[in-house]
Ligand binder design. Structure first.
Ligand code: ATP
Ligand code: MG
Length: 216
């Protein structure tokens, strides 16, 4: 039997993908929040899910360990997208990538003066491209999480991070000073799988597209 494998992360992406899967008649047999399984069977024997870290999803799909995946635009930009076909913006896990600074730090003045700004982020590539395009001089510091802490303890002047409600920024006395881009998650497909498993892959893409089209 030919099978297809979809890689996605647990948490918000899994939760927000469930209705799209349901529309395609796919129901996971386990809940990744409670199960320790990393391979989830579904009600459809030819479809299974891989639960991986959000940043690892493009890698599994690039190398064909998964035929399809769901990943944030933030993650795809850092990965580079090699070997990936990106047919659909699923409009889930929406947020924005922003520059934020401590209340009281005059970001505009620092930029005007041409000062070097220290920026902590998990998004090195995207941040580098953003500041280069604006001609802002930055020293980038790579972090893997809790970016909000960096300016509070003098590790950086600013951060580049994802923001949705802004509650985490506010709780840490940070303010958003620049939106870099809006973020949502996309369906990604291994380019070889698209050709070789087209009879399974294409209907799934089509159903997702129709479901999105029917939503406001
Ligand atoms: P972890 O939080 O477990 O360290 P992660 O940050 O890689 O892992 P998630 O927090 O589940 O994983 O984020 C997955 C994707 O969801 C991100 O790549 C991004 O596209 C999107 N995302 C992240 N934070 C938010 C948010 N606050 N609101 C909406 N979407 C978000
Ligand atoms: Mg997170």
């Amino acid at each position: 039997m030919e099978r297809i494998t979809l890689a996605l992360s647990k948490g918000r992406i899994f939760t927000e993908t469930l209705p799209l899967l349901a529309a395609a008649g796919i129901v996971p047999q386990d809940d990744p929040e409670t199960s320790r399984r990393l391979i989830l069977e579904t009600n459809r024997p030819e479809v299974r899910l891989l639960i991986v870290r959000a940043t690892d999803v493009p890698t599994y799909v690039q190398y064909g360990a998964a035929d399809l995946g769901i990943a944030g635009r933030d993650v795809l930009l850092e990965h580079g997208g090699q070997g990936l076909y990106q047919p659909l913006d699923l409009r889930i896990a929406r947020c924005r990538l922003c520059v934020a600074v401590p209340e009281g730090f005059d970001y505009g003045a620092a930029v005007q003066l041409g000062s070097r700004i220290r920026v902590a982020t998990k998004y090195l590539k995207t941040a580098k491209a953003h500041f280069a395009a604006k001609g802002v001089h930055v020293d980038l510091i790579k972090l893997y999480g809790s970016m909000e802490l960096a300016p509070l303890v003098g590790l950086a002047d600013a951060i580049v991070d994802l923001v949705s409600s802004g509650n985490t920024l506010r709780a840490n006395h940070l303010v958003e000073v620049e939106e870099i881009m809006s973020i949502s998650s996309r369906l990604i497909v291994n380019q070889a799988a698209l050709k070789l498993k087209r009879t399974l892959v294409q209907p799934l893409i089509d159903t997702f597209a129709e479901t999105l089209h029917d939503q406001p």
